[in-house]
Design a protein around this ligand. Sequence first.
Ligand code: UDP
Length: 816
Amino acid sequence: MNHEVLEEEAVLRPATRSALAELTSVPGVQAPPRRAALRADKTVRVAIVHDWLVTYAGAEKVLEQIVACFPDADLFSLVDFLDDRSFLRGKRVTTSFIQKLPLARTKYRTYLPLMPLAIEQLDVSAYDVVISSSHAVAKGILTGPDQVHISYVHSPIRYAWDLQHQYLRQSKLTNGPKSAMARLILHYIRNWDIRTSNSVDGFVANSEFIARRIKKVYQRDAQVIFPPVDVEAFSLCTDKEDFYLTASRMVPYKKIDLIVEAFARMPERKLVVIGDGPDMQKIRAKAGPNVEIMGYQPFKVLKDRMSRAKAFVFAAEEDFGISVVEAQACGTPVIAYGKGGALETVRDVSESRPTGLFFDEQNAESIIAALERFDEHVKRFSPADCRHNAEQFSAAHFRERFFSHVRAAVPALRTATLPPYVPYKAEAAAGAPRILAVDQSGVLGGAELSLLEIVKALRSRIEVVLFDDGPFRTALAKAGASVEVLEAGALRHVRKQGGSLPKGQALKGLVSLVRATAKRARKADVIYANTQRAMVIGAFAGKLARRPVVWHLRDIVSPEHFGGKQLAIIKWCARFGLAHVIANSAASARAFTELTQFDEKRVDVVFNGISAAPFDALRTVPQATLRQRLNLPQDAFLVGSFSRLARWKGQHVLLEAMVLNPQMHAVLVGAPLFGEDQYEIELHAFVAAHNLGERVHFLGFQHDIAACMCAVDAVVHTSITPEPFGRVIVEGMLAQRPVVAARAGGVLEIVDDYENGVLCTPGDAHGLADTLAELRSNDELRNRLVRNGYQTALSRFGTTTYVDGVARILKGVAGR
Ligand code: UDP
């Protein structure tokens, strides 16, 4: 405690003194500022400062609830590149000079050395209370003696403190002049970080662990307020069944293998395991017949199993452990490793109204003993107690605790009450239209992956309807989108190339599909059709619901790709039902306007945007590790194709080139997504007939394309008819692999021959074989292509430009 400040307090009025005395008892809060104490009659102005606003993840979920506590607060951040600001209740944010620096949108982290300076330039002097939400520099905001500064610390800036060495290793900055520079900068940031901790009046930590870190680096106490958990998404279930559940990402520290090992030794008990990850193989190998490994499951399934399980088993040491709270929210008791956050979130069997029990060691014996104890006491665990306990960690509870904490630290807020929580409706935000996205497919083709990116960014105001069920629905649900499948399979038999017009049953199916789509469209401002059949249904639904329809055109509508009847339907729909068209390349746009004579002013080209993150995350993973994981040969020159198996994608051209280049191997990633199973059979037959079995590796459909691409030496794209865009080309560039692509269609807008990739004649296996041989032997060429390709992908095909472009057009059309 600061004695000088205590002496100053003595001159204040008695009433204020007692408020100040109260204040000193608030954990983590230091001396009280005077002006805030004397302004009790005036409106208290609150500023909220967050490090950077580029996504909606854990720290932003906390920020969302802080904003809900102080809905009139003004917001400040180093940068703000949010597409969807509904979690900030649509508020605008004052940003720092970093916002305007080159490439800040994608490379804001590289401005780390400037961040302390930048945060100090944000002027919050007009506010009585400053709340920083900090995992980097937000807590360094400048405040004066008359202001109260409360800092919610997600973590002290990680890479400057105990994770510095790990960070330098990962960034390949262990020695040399760049390393010295990085170390100097981090040294200066550490000094700055400690100095600025002095002007924080009260620290709040998101866990005991972070409170300990705060103590270690700033020598200050912190009040722990756990981050909010969405317990409302779960409901109490009192009917339990005779199985146990564990669910998490399968990474080593989660210790799922130990749980599975314990159950393998207790064959009379049944375990269900949900989740996926690098440890999957290891875990599967340990499972006995009483263990059901379900892999990754959508939220609905997870929730269902959590509700019905007899108990949830958790063996990780976590700062917090959200799933432990979620299980209790379903009324399910928890058997957990007794360390870390679980100790705060589970009431042990030694207490009254227990909600679970702990085991002391991370080994199978300890888990077995805990399960036996659980059985002995099973009657003492009541689902209602579990639910009740979980509710303490709800968003509502977070708001109450956080608000009370701030109120106790700010005498002027003493009589203030927490404002009622009003869910923020994105549609109320000025001008932001509600969108109904329509896609015909349930599988993950390029069009669907591109739509997924849009949905992630505009999640709060976009609803998706699909005409078929499958992994695309799962991926959308996982991204938090609202998604519905209408009449699964109604359109499945109307083939793209088949040209058969709907008759009888099919016609009935189409009519009901149009009606169902129109019904949903009435709640939206604009229909956003992502595929050709979705556009046809959308055009009719748009007429019925009186909503404009935008078609995101991801095809080249020419006789090479479509049958005559399909083209006629497209022509007719364009005239009859489309307000606007977004084309994924100039090539797609050109073919469309030639076919339909559509007004060119109503056609915009927006290139797809592909996130660099999954590729950048693999930079430090050795290629050998990736090859081993995928069971690929270590020493071979590997050429990869990453398209769905379809004749027009031309995988056979690559196989022919392999016959000509006997020293190379080919990896074919992809599956026949749209019914071209015969083509797959032909590819296998070709491999057998030419004895390529040793050198050609079929991997089927893969979700982790980044890992597959980083495992190969060159990426090829072999389409024999013009490609509308070619996501795989940009992905190859992001993977920093030389790309060879077929010279036609949208590809020409991505690849600059021999600069950022190499172009080949479509269908020419000899040309492809020669190019690959040249690439293999020419290091200088490979390096140039990789360097320029990566720059191209970042500068022209980023997700922000893509999402902004689409969002702007949809808004414009909805507002017409
Ligand atoms: N892809 C995938 N798994 C696979 C094969 C392909 O996720 O096994 C992805 C690939 O990474 C790319 C997309 O599917 O993002 C294909 O898009 P592209 O534009 O190349 O072709 P489209 O399928 O749209 O014709």
